[in-house]
Design a protein around this ligand. Sequence first.
Ligand code: F0G
Length: 465
Amino acid sequence: MMDRENNRAAQRASEAAVQRCIEPACGALYGIRERLYVCARCNGPLEIECRLGTSEDAAQLSKKWEVRLASPDARDRSGVWRYRELLPFEEGVPIVTLAEGNTPVYDAPLSAQYCGLPALRLKHQGCNPTGSFKDAGMTAAVTQAVLLGARTVACASTGNTAASLAAYAARAGLQCAVLVPTGQITAAKLAQSIDYGAVICEIEGNFDDCMRLIQEVSDDPSIYMANSINPFRIEGQKTVAFELMQQCQWRVPDHIVVPGGNMGNSSALGKGFGELRGLGLIQRLPKISIVQAEGAAPLARLFAGLDARRAVPLPDSLVPVENPQTLATAIKIGSPVSWKKALRAVLESSGQVLTVSEQEIADAKAMVGRDGIGCEPASATTVAGIRKLTATGHIRREESVVAILTGHMLKDPDYVNQYHRGTLPLGSTTHGPATAPRIAGAFRNVPKQVAATKSAILECLQRQE
Ligand code: F0G
């Protein structure tokens, strides 16, 4: 028995990729097609370990990736599969893709000025096929689901994961189940899941309740779970670091700033940059900072109590926020599943975890709009956070900064309209009572009633100059 175990362990150790438990005291290894979400031995988070080549191979790799930008091959058209040498799939597996990735990096001069910086770049992951960053991870998770022979894929979601999974499941011909908190996801996101044909289970409770439930449900062998606790999601999502570095011609920005919800994104970026450094494609890590909304900030609270220099080993537990509140519904999360990996990414790169208020999120969002870019509220935590980090000296004026915008502006048009019309309640839902205090937007742009004549229109324009 023991011999068989040892043989299996030796075999895994020689495979091109394995799943490994990140708990230092455990470190259990599993094969790449073993169907697991957490360590079977200690329940710890799993991470996929791809064997990386030497830096000589790396130079070849970056050339290969450059050539693929002009290739018509479906794998090369995808901003995820283009980097397939660093993904845990054999060459030639059938992939489920919507040509995800390939998202732009924009200069944002007004947002930069707002943050107190001469320049700021925004990588807009909202330009993905379903309008959020989730697609980069989902293409990998659903490809793995098909390889495992799954019939049903499922997730808990604040809306974007659900929309993304629903789309990829439809492409793969799989049944899709999404668990969403009733009344707490935006109409636009819900509409996407409906249209892509998912079975939508509206759950009485919040996202954390949905997340707890999905973990129970996916014990059932007929269900394959696609939340970011699933390490294959992280594999797809880590390629955002590769694409960004290629776009930056391999010049590492000083800071990368991301919103923090369930913490898959920050974990994935940490892994992606770590792998690039391991390969010698970059020489140093950007500082990865995570921004949370004040009312849903369990990691920021934990971080504030840490002495960053002495945070090894990582803390064992995180105190959840019982009743998380924010108008940025995408990140209304009190008990993030991937907090350990995310905290590790922050500490290894000397980044920060901080909070921003509802007012700060709303004004930063409007500023991103003024740059002609736009994003959903959760994404704007980054710009609000950068403004704060600049004011506190954590970001210096001469440093280069990239914010990751995670979702498209049209994901939450109610919020946009209410902000500009001055009716956005300061509370935790966009449909609060009429008497609730309102956010006084600093950058409101109120639609005007104008008479149906040429002169009235010209007069209106003159008044606005
Ligand atoms: N921004 C947007 C637009 C999101 O939808 C999410 C998460 C985040 C940021 C936070 O990213 O969870 O990786 O830290 N949305 C998940 C969902 C929870 O179900 O759509 P994270």
